[in-house]
Design a protein around this ligand. Structure first.
Ligand SMILES: [Fe+2]
Ligand SMILES: [Fe+2]
Length: 200
């Protein structure tokens, strides 16, 4: 493990979040979060982004993933979150929204880039900052993921992050089409806004 990751994991804020995650998430999900954390911190170094922001965003991105659909919709009501028509019928799109609320209210995170990254980690968005891009890619391509394009995307992530973002969006769109379910416009925006990265 690199030194900075070990330092981040020993930071009181990380420990506080890790305790919550150990309590709430399955062992498999927790391992996913820790793998995302490792890859996100690595990528932050590669792209000279703020590694602490990457660390926080990664640690917190699935903090609401333990909730079932009913609990998620209840939390949406409690926090008075306004859902768009696709979110209204797609429980899998809700944990980023509740994750942002947990980050602010439970862990006193106020950094907008961190919150934006948590918010965007499932669908992406048309204009993502570097922390959002890093989390979006690390969430898809961390080593325990099994999608057939993971190895390709993980390699690409270290040389051309925007291109990697494009390929994550593309893989997600293909997966959603195969399942025959709705595609959130932000996923399409992510795909469209990064297509230039694969043309040159
Ligand atoms: Fe997630
Ligand atoms: Fe995740």
């Amino acid at each position: 493990m690199n030194t900075i990751l070990a330092e981040f994991r020993a930071h009181p804020k990380s420990i506080e979040i890790q305790r919550y995650l150990s309590d709430k998430l399955s062992a498999k999900r927790l391992q996913h979060v820790l793998s995302v954390q490792e890859m996100a911190v690595d990528l932050a170094f590669v792209y000279k982004a703020d590694a602490w922001q990457a660390n926080l965003a990664a640690l917190l991105h699935d903090s609401a993933k333990w909730m079932n659909a009913k609990a998620l919709y209840n939390a949406v009501r409690c926090y008075e979150i306004r859902l768009d028509p696709i979110e209204k019928v797609s429980p899998s799109l809700l944990h980023p929204l509740i994750g942002v609320k947990l980050a602010v209210e439970k862990f006193a995170v106020t950094d907008l880039e961190v919150l934006e990254a948590i918010r965007n980690h499932t669908t992406g968005n048309r204009s993502m900052g570097i922390i959002s891009q890093i989390l979006y890619v690390a969430d898809f391509a961390e080593p325990s993921r099994t999608h057939r394009t993971v190895d390709f995307v993980r390699k690409l992530a270290y040389s051309d992050l925007v291109n990697a973002v494009h390929h994550v969006a593309r893989a997600k769109i293909e997966h959603l089409l195969e399942k025959g379910v709705m595609i959130h416009p932000n996923t399409l925006h992510t795909y469209n806004s990064t297509i230039a990265s694969v043309e040159n």
